[in-house]
Write a protein that binds this ligand. Structure first.
Ligand code: CP
Length: 311
């Protein structure tokens, strides 16, 4: 392979043109599924997980299968990444695989993997970013809005976390207006560069008035209040309780959404009756399963795009 090595750590590192291009490709792949059958023939994706997953695992593996390639799933704890340096193990992976998708806990480890890799590395969610989810979210809005994605108004209600960072960074190139209702902002977890860009472009509103924010929204999005891996961990029980107390007035429920015509989004997995009332999950205004389904075509588009750069 002689082309340019293109990784996906977050959308902020891609040009605006490439972000638009990859969303267009995701839509094209979705509507012409069998045209792309075989585009990854003879190629292997290595997926490596330090954390649990349902959608990321399934959508990448199914996506690779449908594109004619093969995916290998590695649980970090059963690999020799636990015994050696990220650099050496990553260098080896590039000798046998065409692509790497990694869900690592720490962004710093992902950057180390990116630096060492001789094949594209795709971020399957780290502490700072969740770009694959953000593309699926934009695909969902683009598919839902006859007038197109530009000008869509998305309200995110939740903790300012990795999902929020990637929504902020993908919104600018796609012309999506984002309203953030984030009562909890952890120090060191906010990508200020992407936030400032969206503010400067007049595409970001920040408020704690959730009632007003949902009234203006076309789409309302929420996410877990505490990283999934910690939610049922007794060691995080007091942090979870503290967050629940702060966040409960911001729960997405019927009362909050009264008089609002927006569609409801959630990246899943869901903690019913925490960030969202259980009866809203399958309400007629919910497009949560469409959003999850769209992970497949988003993942295919990302893999095709970064792989083409290598040719
Ligand atoms: N939204 C998401 O990334 O789902 P999983 O954690 O199940 O992969």
């Amino acid at each position: 392979m002689t082309g340019i090595l293109k990784h996906l750590v977050d959308w902020k590192y891609w040009s605006d043109e490439d972000v638009v291009r990859v969303l267009d490709l995701a839509q094209r792949v979705k509507h012409h599924r069998w045209e792309y059958q075989g585009h990854m023939q003879g190629n292997t994706l290595v997926m490596i997980f330090q954390k649990t997953s349902t959608r990321t695992r399934v959508s990448f593996e199914a996506g690779m299968t449908e594109l004619g390639g093969h995916a290998i799933n590695l649980d970090w704890n059963t690999t020799n990444f636990t015994l050696s340096k990220i650099r050496f193990e990553t260098r080896y992976l590039g000798r046998n695989a065409a692509l790497i998708m990694a869900r690592l806990k720490e962004n710093a480890d992902l950057l180390e993997m990116e630096k060492a890799s001789t094949v594209p590395v795709i971020n399957g969610c780290c502490n700072l970013y969740h770009p694959c989810q953000a593309l699926a979210d934009m695909l969902t809005i683009a598919e839902d809005r006859p007038e197109g994605i530009r000008g869509a108004r998305l309200t995110y209600i939740g903790v300012y976390n990795n999902v929020a960072n990637s929504l902020v960074s993908i919104a600018a190139p796609l012309g999506v207006h984002l309203t953030l209702v984030c009562p909890i902002r952890e120090q060191g977890s906010i990508d200020e560069e992407s936030r400032q860009r969206l503010l400067n472009e007049g595409l970001l509103t920040e408020t704690l008035d959730a009632k007003a924010a949902v009234k203006e929204a076309d789409y309302i999005y929420t996410d877990t209040w505490l990283d999934m891996e910690y939610f049922n961990d007794p060691g995080y029980a007091s942090e979870r309780d503290k967050r629940c107390e702060i966040m409960m007035p911001y729960q997405v429920n019927r009362e909050l959404l009264e008089g609002c015509h927006a569609k409801i989004m959630h990246d899943m997995p869901i903690h019913p009756d925490y960030e969202i009332a259980e009866d809203m999950i399958e309400d007629e205004s919910s497009i949560i399963y469409d959003q999850a389904e769209n992970r497949l075509d988003a993942q295919k588009a990302i893999m095709l795009h970064v792989h083409r750069h290598m040719k």
